[in-house]
Write a protein that binds this ligand. Structure first.
Ligand code: MN
Length: 293
């Protein structure tokens, strides 16, 4: 199953290149009272709603994928967990390039642990990435994103896949500089998720997915998740060893070599085998003065 969120918070089942509008299923998400349980209520209810969604999709109106604005398939993660350096060739390129490391030692994932990105940084492919600082280098990092389904804490390694709702393409956008990762990677629009949440039954092996990123048609990153230093299962167990995972939590598994700068006007074309493609535009920062309800 491939779930998309689009336009004005509509929910759709993606089949081929068409979205089947199943938005009315959200009325069946169990109501909750304050304090609402942490995490995404739709992802939490997905096991119960899945049959309804598939049945509803057959009768639903459809719209071509290219005609909608894609939002993040996960609306409300409690946290975005990310692996700092999880491909050896990216470690080598970061060590060798002062424009990436800013003179700071580049350590391994064993030394660094994990880091957190703000959930407010999350957008969908159709929303695009804003360059907040015209004088700072902003890099693309394409990553396999794991979406947690059932929550858990201290999950044994052999049980981690019982806790996975699905997978997405992720972009861990980064300002290069000396500031802490949690600042440089948490700017508004600096986490992109899409195009769809793809459930595990659609994926052969999350540790054998080839992927690539092009900017305006120019190849930049190309690798395969078989090169992960901590593979998907180990990363989930590593995260759950110290963080309680909630439904909808996102784990960005790390980026391979080939990171590079983008500027407004660029389009990042992202592809992960079996997960689809997404085009993400880089824009000048909009002038915001928004009160958010
Ligand atoms: Mn990253």
């Amino acid at each position: 199953m491939r779930l998309v969120r689009y336009d004005d918070n509509r929910l759709g089942l993606l089949k081929e290149q068409h979205i089947h509008d199943v938005s009315s299923v959200v009325d069946r998400i169990p109501a909750s009272k304050w304090p609402h349980p942490p995490g995404d209520a739709l992802i939490a209810a997905l096991p119960e709603l899945r049959a309804d969604i598939e049945e509803m999709a057959d009768q639903a109106p459809t719209i071509p994928l290219g005609e909608v604005t894609l939002l993040s398939p996960v609306a409300s993660p409690s946290k975005i967990i990310a692996a700092p350096v999880n491909y050896m060739l990216h470690l080598e390129e970061a060590r060798g390039d002062a424009a990436i490391n800013y003179g700071m030692p580049v350590k391994t994932i064993d030394e660094l642990g994990l880091f957190l990105k703000s959930p407010s940084s999350l957008v969908g492919a159709g929303e695009g990435v804003e360059r907040h600082f015209p004088d700072r280098r902003i890099d693309h990092e394409i990553e396999l994103a794991v979406i947690i389904g059932r929550g858990g804490y201290q999950i044994p390694a052999e049980r981690v896949f019982d806790h996975v709702a699905g997978y997405c393409i992720g972009l861990d956008m980064s300002v290069r500089g000396t500031e802490d990762r949690s600042w440089r990677k948490s700017l508004n629009s600096f986490t992109v998720l899409g195009p769809a949440l793809v459930t595990p039954d659609e994926i052969d092996d999350p540790d054998a997915l080839s992927f690539r990123l092009e900017v305006n048609g120019e190849p930049r990153q190309a690798s395969n998740t078989q090169h992960l230093v901590f593979n998907v299962a180990r990363l989930i167990a590593y995260a759950a060893a110290t963080y309680t995972l909630h439904p909808g939590d996102i784990i960005l598994t790390g980026t391979p070599e080939g990171v590079g700068p983008v500027v407004p006007g660029d389009v990042m074309h992202c592809f992960i085998d079996q997960l689809g493609t997404m085009d993400v535009s880089v824009t000048e920062p909009a002038v915001h003065h928004a009160a958010v309800a």
